[in-house]
Design a protein around this ligand. Structure first.
Ligand code: NPW
Ligand code: K
Length: 513
């Protein structure tokens, strides 16, 4: 599902009005009727007090229309207009008049006015600012927003939580409404998925307001939300006359004394994702544990007992997963340098291999194009330097990925894969997956898909989806706390099968409901 910028949404508005031959007022009516239907189907006429806080632009206009529908259906409403500017939008004014015609007199709030009393049992509709916010609100408006947040009432935000910019980081945390639920028009917004801004939208949902499809389809979007609908067409079915050689040979290089488990997890995940053959390259101390824990994998041992010291093998792998549990010893750094100098096989690089590369930036140029880097936030910072906010992080990461022609994964609640100026935002996964070895499993899964012939970008985006889905299915059995990396592996098969289960989880929208 595409994610649009504010500019693209305004353009979509315009072409909808032209192509569907409707007025902007009719489009607002359409949008706000959807808000009403959503709310009405849940409240069923309940005698709860609904406070609508409206701005003076079109977000406020949506609130005005909603207020009219609620009143017509007998709801107990209070309409408050936050008069932060003299420049009222036409459709706001039109709908203000319509309210007045129905003898609803809004309460106009200015800089020195007393704020209305809100009980915690009440409902707040937040329609103060939408995607038009372009500067931090004035202090008195921030006080109004704080008043909403402090009320402890349920807050339903229209389009986005008021106070958030759509394409840059907020400067003042107090200026943002903390929404319990956001009803966003047409498409999800990038801010829902970034750690700094995602916290203001506890839950979100999309209301399809029928914006011009042709325009939306033609838009060149930077970010895309990845759910089942996006990955399913990529799935490669198994063919009858195939054999294990058809599905590639993955080599997992890593491990050090005390960290052989990481390689076992990655290799196991790689096999479970469908790699035809898996060989692990590890220090000698790992030989017995590896062979015992994972009889399906083959093992090549380094000459060093405790660490990888000289990477030599006589197989021809399709792809190499590198760095899991490998440590950062100088001997290993030397081995890595020597290996990178001659290696031409595509890589999936993780963990301490990333840290070694961060300390030796000249290694970057030796990584084959379109290899995959999977850093967690600290590793990413070592790689690309620090950032001021999530938007700068994305820009820096995109520039880095372009410079070295690498696929860069930004791990988080919504892991984002960056390549060639574009970002793919994952929708699966849960907080239980923040557990030891979870990243090793992901590395094994990406490696496993590349081995089977998926191109590196698709393999990465698909593996991240499957990894999250495995975790989601696993957590239903064991709960967040008890979820381990091994459990994630146990559910990889179910995650594949779930791709063909049309009943549930068929897209990001459903997952949020
Ligand atoms: N296609 C869709 O999705 C549809 C969208 N619709 C709705 O329209 C909403 C966008 O409406 P909008 O463009 O009128 O902007 P909105 O957010 O109401 O702000 C109002 C104005 O405030 C101003 N301003 C900015 N910052 C400020 C500040 N700090 N302090 C004071 N003033 C400030 C700024 O004007 P400026 O002063 O910069 O000229 C801005 O224009 C959208 O979120 C959705 O709810 C639906 O109705 C129909 C279909
Ligand atoms: K809002």
């Amino acid at each position: 599902m595409k994610i649009f910028t504010a500019q693209q949404i305004y353009e979509a508005d315009k072409s909808t009005i032209v192509n569907q031959q409707i007025t902007s007022d009719e489009l607002m009516e359409r949008a706000a009727t959807q808000l009403f239907t959503w709310l009405h189907s849940r409240l069923q006429g309940a005698p709860v007090k609904i406070h609508l806080f409206c701005g003076i632009g079109n977000n406020g206009g949506d609130g005005m229309v909603l207020a009219r529908h609620l009143q017509e259906h007998g709801y107990l409403i209070g309409v408050h207009v936050v008069t932060y500017s003299e420049k009222r939008s036409q459709d706001f004014l039109l709908n203000l008049d319509r309210l007045k015609e129905r003898k609803i007199w809004p309460n106009f709030i200015g800089p020195n006015d007393e704020l209305p009393k809100i009980d915690k049992e009440d409902i707040i509709v937040d329609a103060i600012f939408g995607i038009g916010l372009n500067r931090t609100p004035d202090d008195w408006v921030i006080k109004v927003i704080q008043h909403l947040n402090n009320s402890r009432a349920f807050i339903l935000s229209v389009d986005i939580p008021s106070g958030l910019f759509v394409d840059k980081a907020p400067k003042n945390e107090d200026s943002i409404v903390r929404a319990n639920h956001v009803l966003s028009f047409q498409a999800p917004k990038l801010i829902f998925f970034l750690p700094q801004t995602g916290i203001y939208s506890n839950q979100w949902e999309i209301l399809d307001i029928g914006l011009d499809r042709d325009y939306l389809n033609s838009v060149d979007n930077v970010y895309e939300l990845i759910g089942k609908n996006e990955v399913l067409p990529w799935y490669k079915p198994r063919e009858k006359f195939s054999h294990k050689g058809t599905y590639g040979h993955s080599l997992i290089i890593g491990g050090s004394y005390g960290k052989i488990g990481a390689v076992i997890l990655a290799s196991d995940a790689c096999l479970n994702t469908g790699s035809g053959l898996v060989t692990a390259y590890i220090p000698t101390c790992g030989y017995i544990p590896m062979q015992t824990a994972l009889p399906e994998a083959m093992v090549i041992t380094d000459t060093n007992e405790k660490m990888v010291s000289d990477i030599q093998f006589d197989i021809t792998p399709t792809v190499i997963g590198l760095g899991i549990g490998i440590g950062q010893d100088n001997i290993t750094t030397g081995a890595l340098k020597e290996f990178l100098r001659t290696n031409k096989t595509p890589l999936v690089i993780d963990a301490d291999a990333l840290n070694i590369i961060s300390k030796n930036k000249e290694f970057l140029k030796m990584i084959p194009a379109q290899s995959v880097l999977t850093p967690h936030p600290k590793e990413l910072e070592r790689l690309i330097g620090s950032w001021q906010d999530d938007f700068e992080k994305l820009d820096k990461a995109k520039a880095f990925s372009k410079q070295y022609d690498l696929i860069l994964v930004i791990k988080g609640a919504h892991t984002i894969t960056l390549y060639n100026g574009k970002g793919y935002i994952n929708t699966t996964g849960n907080p239980g997956m923040a557990t030891a070895g979870s990243g090793d499993v992901l590395t094994g899964m990406i490696t496993g898909l590349i081995a089977q012939g998926y191109d590196s970008l698709r393999a990465t985006v698909f593996a991240i989806y499957l990894h999250g889905r495995s975790g989601d299915l696993a957590v239903e059995q064991c709960g967040y706390q008890a979820l381990t990396a091994s459990e994630i592996i146990d559910f990889i098969g179910d995650a594949f099968l779930d791709l063909f289960n049309v009943q549930e989880g068929s897209g990001p929208q459903e997952e949020m409901e």
